[in-house]
Write a protein that binds this ligand. Sequence first.
Ligand SMILES: [Fe+2]
Length: 228
Amino acid sequence: MLINRIAPPSCSSFLQADLDEAAKALSTITRTIANLDPATREHCQRLAIQGKAFGEFLSLSELDIHTLMWGGYLHDIGKVGIPIDVLLKPGLLTDAEWEVIKQHVLIGEHICYSLFAMERVIPLIRHHHEHWDGSGYPDRLAGEQIPFLARIIQILDVYDALTHERSYKPTYTHARALEIMAEETAKGWYQKELVQQFFAFISRERGDWGLESLFLDEPLANGCLVSE
Ligand SMILES: [Fe+2]
């Protein structure tokens, strides 16, 4: 212990200092969001937990699971830069207001850009609203151009948003949420194999196997890992 105190700063101590700085900055920002919008805070906390659970279900590496947890927690951090009257507007948003909301992915990337410790999380923040068919934002990436972990956060994000109340939509039941996700997958928005894995995961989490098969046109491959 004494040796540690008098030794010159090592590489790992610089890394630890970076992490400490990143944690301080991010916790200040996430607290700000929590004060502005408790629903977003709870959504991000749930996504961090589900990111860990779904990452384990997919047998991802420890590093990827760690990145998913941070991605779940921080994916919407850019909402801190969205005007409060748009962020918390009750009812439907206009097209112009949706364009303002879409900026949150770029604002979030900008916030985390200088935080070395968040390097692997930034693609999840920027790309969690891309669509498999290239119709998403901000870069209209398609297919495997979309970072794999960003695709995972998106699926978790969509399910959580559907099953919880938002100012612009009602709360859907689990069954209706799966139905909507299956419809949107058929439109080409999400990677079908990943959605199938998610349906298997969420059924296991809820302990109600069977319902998910109503929305799939082929049986789930048990234990099959999404390739990447
Ligand atoms: Fe988002």
